[in-house]
Design a protein around this ligand. Structure first.
Ligand SMILES: Cc1cc2nc3c(=O)[nH]c(=O)nc-3n(C[C@H](O)[C@H](O)[C@H](O)COP(=O)(O)OP(=O)(O)OC[C@H]3O[C@@H](n4cnc5c(N)ncnc54)[C@H](O)[C@@H]3O)c2cc1C
Length: 412
């Protein structure tokens, strides 16, 4: 049996790694000249260095990330603080603070004024309990107050890439249960270091190479040839590839590509953008690796040894603005917070218009399972029905799930 995996983003790589680890024959076909998809690094001439398309944060409670990183052996490529600590700055008031949740599931940190969000009382945190309920109705606009504005809104916005007030309660509850509600040990930040490629992509490709798996770049799947309930061939620009009766295909492409290849496949069709900026400047030594910004356009600042990068989620309102204008706005805020010169350093803006599907209840209903009506076809991708928003954790779980389904049919 050969498993043909279409797409070398994290979902495809996750499926390939899981199958190769079980010595299944795998071929990966990737349209681009590189792997990683939306989680990629590239050489940026404006800064003369390698940067990520966007900053990616994962948390210690992301179990699939932990497993993947262990199998490909890339633990050393993560900044992994021993404690869950998050620094924030309020641009309007000039306040700075750091929250220090305790490791265990009983959140005693909320009783400590120096550890909790400034302007909140311990009792305020009880208002988070409803977020654990996967209700059908969105949260609505009723949320406000320091706890919401200074912690929950930024956290959920980053996780959902959709206004939390409009996001699926099911997805919010899933994220809450696996991270904030599980205690600080489940939400210690994990930042790819120095790049996403070093942490996720290059070691995965090296693992696959070691297992004899061929990753073929520049192979864009144009058409799936179906016969009854089976895929019988895949059409690439290089020619038609026959799919033998024992072969299996895992389609791990973005939702718009999946729906064009499989017209009857339901897929999310509403997306949210993310805008990132990279500045070629060394941050001050004492800067935290990651800092949440309240009251600005910039939402998160990431400090790397050789650069400063920022992220704006759910960025549809600004994504079409002129890049130079965005760079000015972002740098004005970032330099004020990091106390760096106001003169604009070398910069680049990265706009990902379809960064993730919108995590709304309507889109959630359009996510298909990994199984399809076709006997030898499975789906993977952060947009399939993973139970999580579009995240690295979701993408990796989806690939692993598809691999499990393939392995299960093998053992029958
Ligand atoms: C700017 C940005 C910031 C983000 N921040 C975070 C974060 O902080 N934390 C987090 O957990 N997640 C974050 N995410 C989400 C995360 O990047 C995605 O969930 C994940 O990378 C999706 O992986 P995937 O494999 O499902 O899809 P993709 O990465 O889209 O992979 C699909 C692959 O299929 C290939 N392909 C497409 N068409 C074809 C074809 N016809 N034939 C062959 N190959 C094809 C593509 O080239 C691509 O390599 C962020 C995303 C973006 C864009």
């Amino acid at each position: 049996m050969t498993v043909h995996i279409i797409g070398a983003g994290l979902a495809g790589l996750s499926a390939a790694v899981a199958l190769a680890a079980r010595d299944t024959r795998v071929e990966v076909h990737e349209a681009a000249g590189f792997a990683g998809g939306r989680c990629r690094s590239y050489f940026e001439p404006a800064l003369n260095r390698i940067v990520d398309n966007g900053n990616h944060l994962v948390l210690s409670g992301n179990r699939a990330v932990q497993d993947f990183v262990r199998v490909i052996g890339s633990q050393k490529h993560f900044l992994a603080p021993a404690r869950a600590e998050f620094s924030f700055a309020d641009l309007k008031t000039g306040e700075r603070w750091r929250i220090h949740p305790n490791d265990g599931g009983t959140p005693w940190w909320i009783f400590s004024k120096s550890r909790r969000v400034p302007g909140t009382r311990a009792g305020d945190y009880l208002s988070l309990l409803p977020l654990l309920q996967p209700k059908d109705v969105p949260l609505g606009p009723q949320k406000n107050g320091a706890l919401w504005n200074r912690l929950m809104h930024p956290f959920l916005l980053a996780a959902m890439n959709t206004a939390p007030e409009l996001s699926s309660r099911k997805l919010i509850a899933a994220v809450m249960r696996e991270t904030l509600a599980a205690g600080g040990r489940a939400y210690k930040p994990r930042i790819a270091h120095p790049t996403l490629a070093a942490a996720f992509i290059d070691p995965a490709l090296a693992f696959l190479k070691g297992k004899g798996v061929e990753v073929r770049f520049g192979e864009r799947l144009h058409r799936i040839v179906l016969e009854g309930e089976r895929i019988v061939a895949l059409e690439f620009p290089q020619g038609l590839q026959t799919i033998e009766p024992s072969d299996v295909v895992i389609l791990a492409v973005p939702p718009s590509v999946a729906s064009s290849l499989l017209p009857n496949c339901p897929t999310p069709d509403d997306f949210r953008s993310i805008v990132s900026a990279h500045f070629g400047i060394v941050p001050p030594k004492a800067s935290p690796p990651m800092l949440g910004v309240i009251g600005g356009t910039v939402e998160w600042i990431f400090c790397f040894p050789d650069r400063v990068s920022i992220t704006v989620s759910n960025a549809d309102a600004i994504v079409d603005k002129d890049r130079a204008e965005l760079a000015e706005i972002f740098w004005r805020e970032t330099s004020a917070i990091l106390k760096l010169p106001s003169e604009l350093p070398p910069w680049q803006i990265v706009k990902e218009k379809r960064a993730t599907f919108a995590a709304t209840p309507e889109q959630e209903k359009k996510r298909p399972p990994a199984t399809t009506p076709y006997r030898n076809l499975y789906l993977a991708g952060d947009w399939t029905d993973t139970g999580l928003p579009a995240t690295i954790e979701g993408a990796l779980r989806s690939g692993r799930r598809a691999a499990e389904l393939v392995s299960a049919r093998r053992s029958v």
